[in-house]
Ligand binder design. Structure first.
Ligand code: NAD
Length: 282
């Protein structure tokens, strides 16, 4: 097992970003996905991401080339055997992640298993693994190369040694690790998404337009973007599913999703990705 070799499971939006930052930070990266075409797309995406940093003079072209040499892709799970830490960024599906963690835990007794899940219980994921003390949450934010935060989520079973290793890796990646207990929505989503939901209530009640709400929060609370523009960026379906996780997880009516948000998702108005959300996009 090499202490500098990190596995990334899932080569989608988050897996790509995580693999890019790891490779640029000097780690040997083994990027795994079930879909070969996704691995090809990820290699192209990571190359472009690093090129952008070179263009901004934040990375030399030699460092870009050596980062790319440190990146390997595979569709065989066994190829992750030599990794010290594996970061999972597969789709947000409980059954899929549990199956994956059961398989990953069979690769070796010592490999640390981190999940980038936004909403699932780490305690439940750890429970399906042998040596559950090595399971932990490592929650990155999108876009990974830009946003500095990593929420480090401690399952009931997670050991201090596991948390320490993850904090060290986050630091190596130039990120700031913030420790959080395993509770629904962790910290950022539990604060941010109810604010978005409340902004949707304001629109539903005709209390203010989306433009007025966003301007108010930019000027009055110094937010870099308003909550409804942010909702469109995140995806209204993602916001709704986080509200549902909070509502189910806490059983508290204060987390009820706004009916307007539900109607917009049902209509396919998902934000930027569908061309229409609280705003219209070309
Ligand atoms: P995505 O759909 O972009 O990528 C998922 C990837 O996983 C795809 O490439 C898919 O081919 C692959 N995959 C499917 N089944 C797999 C399997 N069995 N094993 C390995 N790979 C498999 O998803 P994403 O947006 O990158 O999200 C990944 C995880 O990160 C989710 O848990 C999500 O909740 C979390 N997350 C997402 C964001 C975000 O803004 N997108 C932010 C923070 C956390």
């Amino acid at each position: 097992m090499s202490s500098n070799r990190i596995g990334v499971v899932g080569a989608g939006t988050m897996g790509q970003g995580i693999a890019q930052v790891l490779a640029a930070s000097g780690c040997e990266v083994q990027l795994y996905d079930v879909a070969d075409e996704q691995l090809e797309r990820a290699k192209g995406g990571i190359g472009k991401g690093l090129d952008k940093l070179v263009a901004k003079e934040r990375l030399s072209s030699e460092d870009r080339d050596s980062a790319l040499k440190r990146l390997e892709t595979t569709s065989k799970l066994e190829d992750l055997k030599e990794c010290e830490i594996i970061i999972e960024a597969a789709p947000e599906n409980e059954e899929l992640k549990e199956r994956l963690f059961r398989d990953l835990s069979q690769l070796g007794k010592e490999v640390i298993l981190a999940s980038n899940t936004s909403s699932l219980s780490l305690t439940q994921l750890a429970a399906v693994c042998d040596q559950p003390e090595r399971v932990v949450g490592m929650h990155f934010f999108n876009p990974v190369p830009v946003l500095k935060l990593v929420e480090v989520i401690r399952a009931e079973q997670t050991s201090d040694a596991t948390v320490k290793k993850i904090e060290q890796l986050a630091e190596k990646m130039g990120k700031t690790a913030v420790p959080i207990a395993d509770s629904p929505g962790f910290a950022v989503n539990r604060l941010l998404v109810p604010m978005i939901n409340e902004a949707a209530f304001l629109v539903q009640e005709n209390a203010a337009t989306p433009e007025a709400i966003d301007q108010a929060m930019k000027l009055g609370a110094a937010h870099p973007m308003g909550p409804l523009a942010l909702a469109d960026l995140i995806g209204l379906d993602v916001c709704l599913s986080i509200m549902e996780v909070l509502q189910q997880g806490f059983g508290d009516p204060k987390y009820r999703p706004c009916p307007l948000l539900k109607r917009m998702v049902a209509a396919g108005y998902l934000g930027r990705k569908s061309g229409r959300g609280f705003y219209h996009y070309e």
